[in-house]
Design a protein around this ligand. Structure first.
Ligand SMILES: NC(=O)c1ccc[n+]([C@@H]2O[C@H](COP(=O)([O-])OP(=O)(O)OC[C@H]3O[C@@H](n4cnc5c(N)ncnc54)[C@H](OP(=O)(O)O)[C@@H]3O)[C@@H](O)[C@H]2O)c1
Length: 207
């Protein structure tokens, strides 16, 4: 699959590396092509402008500081609209971590999911903890795009779990992120901490 990653920081490069290892073609979309990124170049990743990276991508991960999301949406709306986006950015300046209303306003035809935002990057680099595969909660439109999103989560090595759509879904994930921080940092469990749900097999029968 052709994939794009916007953000070459620790989160974007970790997930990009996992997708590359899985055989996907990953292009990092950057705002400054002249900046040196030796780590990424050694990993068969392509680097391009954001519009070039996104153009033919089946899905694009957004992994930039939450404080930069409005700027990205303002400057790259034409490039991003209409695409399948997985937004992992968390805005810790107060209020919601997500920017879903801004995505919807600026990119009316984009299909926007929230994923990879609820756990520290270490758990994407090594998603098996003490012999158990971590779950990853995600949110977004209830459409066929979910199959692609779930495949991309599984390719990073986690088990996808859908929580819902719209702002309500994104808010639920914000709660998971807050819980992760409360346990990992506040209660001293450390960053190699993730979530695992237990349930009976899903059926089509009403509960
Ligand atoms: N680190 C984690 O464990 C983790 C886990 C879950 C979610 N997150 C969230 O994921 C996001 C990225 O985290 P990170 O730790 O990878 O951050 P980081 O290491 O600081 O990397 C940020 C990246 O964003 C790029 N960037 C900044 N402003 C931009 C803009 N206006 N347009 C395009 N690119 C821009 C930077 O590119 P330049 O090279 O051009 O400066 C840099 O590559 C954050 O929102 C964070 O809350 C992080």
């Amino acid at each position: 699959m052709k994939l794009a990653v916007i953000g070459t920081g620790v989160l974007g490069s970790t997930i990009g590396r996992r997708w590359l290892e899985h055989g996907h073609a990953v292009t990092y979309g950057v705002r400054d092509m002249s900046a040196a990124r030796p780590g990424l170049m050694s990993e068969r990743a392509e680097i391009a402008s954001i519009p070039e990276a996104v153009r033919d991508a089946v899905a694009t991960l957004v992994a930039i500081p939450g404080s930069a999301v409005e700027n990205l949406l303002e400057t790259q709306a034409a490039a991003l609209d209409g695409h399948l986006l997985l937004d992992a950015s968390n805005d810790s300046s107060g209020g919601a971590f997500h920017h879903l209303p801004a995505f919807e306003a600026r990119l009316p035809t984009a299909r926007v999911y929230r994923a990879f935002n609820t756990l520290g990057w270490e758990n994407f680099a090594q998603p098996v903890i003490d012999g158990q595969q971590a779950d990853l909660f995600y949110a977004g439109p209830q459409t066929d795009d979910r199959q692609v999103v779930e495949q991309l989560i599984a390719n990073v090595g986690l088990r996808p779990l859908y929580v819902g759509q719209g702002v309500a879904g994104a808010d639920l994930l914000d709660g998971v992120t807050r819980l992760w921080f409360a346990l990992a940092a506040g209660q001293g469990y450390g960053r190699r901490m993730a979530f695992k749900t237990l349930h009976l097999p899903l059926t089509d029968e009403p509960g």
